[in-house]
Structure formats: C-alpha cells, structure tokens
Ligand binder design. Structure first.
Ligand SMILES: NC(=O)c1ccc[n+]([C@@H]2O[C@H](COP(=O)([O-])OP(=O)(O)OC[C@H]3O[C@@H](n4cnc5c(N)ncnc54)[C@H](OP(=O)(O)O)[C@@H]3O)[C@@H](O)[C@H]2O)c1
Length: 310
C-alpha cells in the first residue's frame, strides 16, 4: 500500500510545532497538518518569509489554525525564548518536527560558537526538544520527528575533544556529521521514552532528494562551490517536489502505526512514497550515541528529563 496525504488521520485538537516552517519541506508539512485540523506552530527564522508562508497556506486553507513563532536555531537564547513562548501558549504539544537545516555551507559559527551545521541541525533541535519535553509528555501520543539525509552515510561520530571541527572543517563532512547526529539523537530519545514508559515516539526520516532552497542556499553561502553547484543542478532536474518530500515526515508525525526508533524514507532511497527501512551500521553505534548525548548536554548546558505524566 502506498502511503499518501490521504492517509493522514484527523489531527483536530492536536498541536504541532514545525521548525523551518517558512519554506521547503517544513512549509508542506505545516500545510498538510493544518489541512487535517492540527494547530500548527510555524517556528521560523526569517519572519517575512514566515508570514508569506502563513498566507500561502491560508490562501488554500482559509480556516487553517496557524501561529508563527520566531526561532533561530543558531542561538540558544532564541531557542530558549521560543520554547518559553510556545510552552506558555501550549501546555500540551503532540508533534514536534525538527526539520530546519542547512547543508554544506562555508565554515561559520553560531551565536554560541558552535560549528554552524552541527549547531543548527543538531544542537539547536536538541535544546528545543529538551525544553519542550514537559509539554510533549502531556500528549497521549507524542511524536518527535528528526530529519536526516543520505549524507549521514559519510558522517562520523562527534569528537568530544573537537566538537566544532577546529582545523578540520569540510562543508560535506560537517553536514554528514550533523545528519548522523540527527539519527543518533532520535534513537537515544526513543530509548529514553521507552525506559520512562512515556506515551511518545521518536522517529527519524530522510525526505529524499527534494527540490527546495537547501541546495541553492549552499551554493549562495559557499560563493558557488563546485559540488554544491552540482547538487543544485541535479535537484532542480531530478528532485521531488517539496510536497512529496514532506511525506516521510508526515507519516512519522501522524501514522498510528509508525514505529518509534525507526527510519522512514522514500521507497527508492531518494524518490518514492514513504516506507519504513532498517537503520544499520554507524547509525546504531551505541558508543557514538552516548558520546553525542554527553557532548550535546555539555555544549548546550541543557539536560533531558523524561518524566511521563502520571
Ligand atoms: N532537500 C533535500 O533534498 C533534502 C535531503 C535530505 C535531507 N533534507 C533535510 O530536510 C530539511 C529541510 O530542508 P529543505 O530541503 O526544506 O531546505 P530549505 O528549503 O532550505 O529549508 C530549510 C529551512 O531551515 C530553516 N533554517 C535554516 N537555518 C535556520 C536557523 N538558524 N534557525 C531556524 N531555521 C533555520 C530555513 O529558514 P530560513 O530561510 O528562515 O533560514 C528553512 O525554513 C533539512 O533538515 C535538510 O537537511 C533535505
């Protein structure tokens, strides 16, 4: 059976937070969750783009329940402020889609001095999830969706002695490392959910090869890097639409039968409908998973407390 948007169950009454909701895959995830009745918190950095995205959804779904919240994952202060605002408005959150990301950009640091791709793609989401956890644990069926990439296959475990790749930066190495971290984060979070008996599932997805701003931005931010230009040209020709790229995320976020601790990915790796696939090799390196968690808590100063509701 091919899973499609028609399979999304009614989301009325559910609250979903989507990062990077102002464009690309995040916008399409927001659109479909709203279409099914969820209240969607569009956590976004560029506010003008976020307002355009909100209007875009409203033009199609006039009764969509949407709320834009500013969030810059490259700033722990911004993550804290966003989490505090969201928690104040929503004592219960049912879905958190950690979608925002940057790919293969030139070497840069976040406000807190983290290597940018690790900081935005992983550490910012690590902090956001930890801070929103009390509200997620209020849900009878919470989902935390992490977004990886085939880039994870070239990723190496984080080195606790050099988490920011000082003197060892390479745009693709950094992307692969951050996307492997997304898998390791999802698996450890699922383990903690199970250990605590929480009514929550942590699931990781790869959206496929999708024609969004991801590749174009990597070209802009590297001043036209060669491999970045190659991927940009390829995705404009062969990439799936953002709506199709959103399907794996939507399945993980809504399918009643979606399995915690699993990977959902297009059937033919980068193309096709979303299916469940095994996680193998480095994805399951328990030592690397434990190290990532320690480094993430150390760098962000934020710890996880998975205490389910009574
Ligand atoms: N497209 C693909 O082929 C592909 C393949 C594998 C995995 N993915 C993953 O899919 C996810 C979504 O990417 P996409 O393809 O939809 O790319 P996109 O169109 O470039 O969207 C990326 C989103 O991330 C947001 N973002 C970037 N930096 C941020 C920050 N510091 N704080 C908050 N938000 C930030 C962007 O918002 P602003 O514009 O406001 O910065 C934008 O909303 C990413 O995690 C990416 O790694 C994509």
């Amino acid at each position: 059976m091919t899973w499609s948007n028609d399979d999304i169950p009614d989301q009325t009454g559910r609250v979903a937070v989507v990062t990077g909701a102002n464009g690309g895959i995040g916008l399409e995830v927001s659109r479909e969750l709203a279409r099914r009745g969820a209240h969607v918190v569009m956590a976004s950095r560029d506010q003008e783009k976020a307002e355009r995205a909100r209007q875009d959804i409203l033009a199609e779904i006039p009764d969509a329940s949407l709320e834009v919240q500013p969030l810059d994952l490259a700033s722990l202060a911004s993550v804290r402020e966003a989490a505090a605002r969201i928690l104040a408005a929503h004592p219960r959150i049912d879905v958190l889609v950690n979608n925002a990301g940057v790919m293969a950009i030139s070497e840069r640091r976040t406000e807190d001095g983290f290597e940018m791709q690790f900081g935005v793609n992983h550490l910012g989401h690590f902090a956001l999830t930890a801070l929103l956890l009390p509200a997620l644990l209020e849900s009878p069926d919470a989902r935390v969706v992490s977004v990886t990439s085939t880039g994870r296959h070239s990723g190496r475990a984080v080195d606790p002695a050099n988490p920011n790749l000082d003197g060892r930066y390479d745009p693709w190495r950094a992307y692969g490392r951050s996307k492997l971290a997304n898998v390791h984060f999802a698996l450890e979070l699922e383990r903690r959910f199970r250990e605590a008996g929480a009514h929550a599932r942590s699931i990781v997805v790869h959206p496929g090869f999708v024609n969004t701003d991801l590749q174009a931005r990597s070209v802009r931010e590297t001043g036209g890097g060669r491999s970045q230009r190659f991927f940009h040209a390829a995705v404009t020709r062969y990439g799936m639409t953002p709506a199709r790229g959103a399907l794996s995320l939507l399945r993980a976020a809504t399918d009643p039968d979606a399995v915690g601790g699993s990977l959902y990915t297009p059937e033919w790796v980068n193309w096709g409908p979303p299916v469940r696939r095994p996680l193998i090799g480095r994805s399951r390196d328990e030592e690397a998973i434990a190290t990532l968690w320690e480094v993430s808590e150390r760098e962000t100063g934020i710890t996880f407390d998975v205490k389910p509701r009574a």
